[in-house]
Design a protein around this ligand. Structure first.
Ligand code: PLP
Length: 286
């Protein structure tokens, strides 16, 4: 069966899907996106992703072409049409396709926003990387200043990930003014003497939906959480490190810039948080 995607109001086979060459998402990365995980054919943390989408749209004065209720139905229809059991749904809203390329935004009354959704299969629960943990390298954070808006400007994170791969690492931690901001596509944490440390929310990082859930579960489990800046050096001397994202859940980090973290194997707190997260999110899936 060929993959069915959703493009501007229609469900079509992926090979037949078309987007205009004038679409501002394509020309200018003038687009926002969300990725929602699917386990057992159900959506994880859907409300959180939709709330963040609304915020991203509003920060960029972009209109949504569909209502949020319609979005839930489109997600469910795509899961059904593609028989998706485990993986995710990518959703992108763009500022549409005006007749001419112009830096100024078109009038939304004249140029409707564009919307694309597609599914992908990915094993989320049984992850080999959980047993092994990932190695990360540090790199300067050279992204734009509004990282709290989830835009499709992903060239720099993509570049950083490639640099990491060349160094034999699975990801990069971005560093600004001496402090870790986040990973290329995840939020970053360290654990020292039982305290979970992660950067506080601001325009410097994406407000991860997984981050919010993980911190809530950690506090409910009587773990200590500190939202503050930390350096690569502090991370290298931590007992544990991990990253969180919608499709990665909580993934342990075992090496940073060649320095082993803790005993060099995934730490107990990272493992416990992943267990709680998996269990609770599957329970609440819709
Ligand atoms: N930080 C960045 C830069 C990201 O791109 C992502 C996810 O794509 C995250 C953090 C994690 O966010 P979430 O937990 O909502 O997937």
């Amino acid at each position: 069966m060929s993959q069915i995607v959703y493009v501007n109001g229609e469900f079509v086979p992926a090979a037949e899907a078309k987007v205009s060459v004038f679409d501002r998402g394509f020309l200018m990365a003038d687009a926002v996106y969300e990725v929602t995980s699917v386990v057992g054919g159900k959506l994880l943390a859907f409300d959180g992703h939709i709330e963040r989408l609304q915020r991203s749209l509003s920060e960029l004065e972009m209109a949504s072409p569909v209502t949020m209720d319609e979005l839930l139905q489109i997600h469910r229809d795509l899961i059904a049409k593609n028989n998706l059991e485990e993986g995710g749904i990518y959703l992108q809203v763009t500022r549409g396709a005006p007749d001419a390329r112009d830096f100024a935004w078109p009038d939304p009354a004249e140029v409707p926003s564009g919307i694309v959704l597609f599914t992908f299969e990915k094993p989320l629960i049984d992850s080999a990387i959980m047993d092994a943990g990932i190695k990360v390298m540090s790199i300067a954070d050279e992204r734009w200043g509004r990282r709290d808006i989830k835009t499709t400007q992903l060239l720099y994170p993509s570049f950083a990930k490639m640099q990491a791969k060349k160094q034999g690492c699975q990801d990069a931690w971005l560093v600004e003014d001496g402090y870790v901001t986040e990973g290329t596509a995840n939020n970053a944490y360290i654990v020292k003497d039982g305290v979970i440390i992660t950067r506080e929310l601001s325009t410097d990082i994406l407000h991860g939906i997984t981050r919010a859930a993980i911190l809530r579960f950690a506090i409910e489990a009587q773990m200590k959480v500190e939202e503050r800046l930390f350096t690569i050096e502090e991370a290298q001397n931590a007992d544990e490190a991990f990253v969180t994202s919608a499709t990665g859940f909580a993934q342990p980090v075992i090496e940073i810039d060649g320095a082993q973290i803790g005993t060099g194997v995934p730490g107990d707190i990272s493992k416990r948080l992943r267990e709680i997260y998996t269990e609770e999110m599957i329970k609440a899936a819709i």
